[in-house]
Ligand binder design. Structure first.
Ligand code: COA
Ligand code: ZN
Length: 314
């Protein structure tokens, strides 16, 4: 191994962290969260320096009842925080129409690299979802369409996903005029070797496009995967405050990499995020009391570096 393999000075100087808890986190909370709680948490997150927040999803309320108040949440957010890019996840044209009338800036169209997960999640074949994406692109007006490729590394039903499937979907999305793509480890079972293999192929094929990495932390490898992506030059990552999250239609999926652990990790590597970690931590610490769910992250419970450490008896 040559020393340059660990040349940390080659890492991006800045990275964007996109907060997705209000969508990915809330969708996996079984008990209905009052709309006022969602809005209060979004207001607090809006103060923490994110340029982009995924505010909600416009999906069938039959499929995900937690998101039935999407229009109210989005409209409130845009009224109060117009300078922040408000993203809405959508699975179809109907979701896109609802999101646009509620004021979303960006439509995040979701489809899966695996046929089986796409059918579970959206009841469509991948090809049918791509036709739906073409319709969403026609509807968008002057708004942006971003595409999330779910199960891009592993699928809960089909196992390992070939990178060619991911490359094909990205190619189709970009040819429709989409402004960016997220590559998602939906069930959190990717590891650095797989991430390196897929993401280096993606970068080679699409060197200039905006590619976001969306990681879940089921097996505790999300930060190792983040580091792998950083060494490949990736500089945009989703995170969910508190480490909440998970697709209700992907068995075994645990939460997203937590925003607080991700921001702490990036900043300690010297990669600037522009995110106020203290404000994110304050939101995270309020989650168990406000939403009745436990935190799935390290930093909120960690002692300060002065008092923590191996051998500490405190
Ligand atoms: N928003 C609100 N309602 C919607 C909708 C949307 N985006 N899309 C469909 N519907 C409604 C239809 O109007 C119809 O209502 P009706 O029964 O009152 O007439 C009903 O849902 C069924 O519509 P259909 O087109 O047959 O959808 P479906 O039952 O095949 O479900 C999806 C397809 C994509 C709408 C649904 O599977 C879904 O919302 N999936 C998203 C899952 C998700 O959020 N996963 C986690 C994020 S990755
Ligand atoms: Zn996710």
């Amino acid at each position: 191994m040559s020393p340059s393999d660990f040349d940390f000075s080659s890492l991006p100087r800045r990275a964007e962290v996109i907060e997705v808890c209000p969508r990915d986190g809330f969708q996996n909370v079984r008990v209905p969260i009052p709309t006022s709680e969602k809005i209060a948490m979004l207001d607090a997150l809006a103060e923490a320096g994110f340029r982009t927040i995924e505010v909600t999803s416009f999906v069938s309320p039959g499929a995900v009842p937690q998101m039935a108040d999407a229009a109210e949440v989005m409209a409130d957010f845009k009224r109060k925080h117009g300078a922040i890019e408000a993203v809405a996840l959508v699975p179809n044209a109907k979701g896109a129409e609802r999101a646009l009338s509620a004021g979303a800036d960006t439509l995040n169209f979701v489809l899966s690299a695996s046929e089986s997960h796409n059918r579970e999640n959206t009841r469509r074949t991948v090809e049918e979802s791509l036709s739906e994406l073409a319709e969403v692109c026609r509807l968008r007006g002057n708004k942006k369409v971003h595409v999330s490729v779910a199960t891009a590394f592993y699928c809960p039903f089909e196992g390992e996903i070939a990178k060619e499937s991911v490359l094909k979907i990205i190619g189709r999305a970009l040819s429709l005029g989409c402004g960016g793509v997220s590559v998602a480890d939906t069930i959190g079972t990717a590891h650095p070797v797989k991430v390196h293999d897929t993401l280096s192929a993606v970068r080679k094929e699409y060197p200039r496009e905006r590619i976001v990495l969306h990681l879940h932390d089921t097996q505790g490898m999300a930060l190792a995967n983040t580091l792998t992506a950083l060494f490949l030059g990736y500089d945009a990552f989703d995170g969910a405050v508190g480490g909440l999250g998970g697709c209700p239609f992907a068995p075994g999926a645990a939460g997203n990499v937590s925003t607080e652990d991700l921001v702490n990790f990036l900043e300690r590597l010297g990669v600037k995020t522009g995110v106020d970690l203290a404000k994110v931590l304050a939101v995270a610490r309020g989650i168990p009391g406000r939403l009745g769910v436990p935190l799935c992250s390290h930093l909120p419970g960690a002692k300060s570096s002065a008092s923590a450490g191996c051998g500490s008896s405190a």
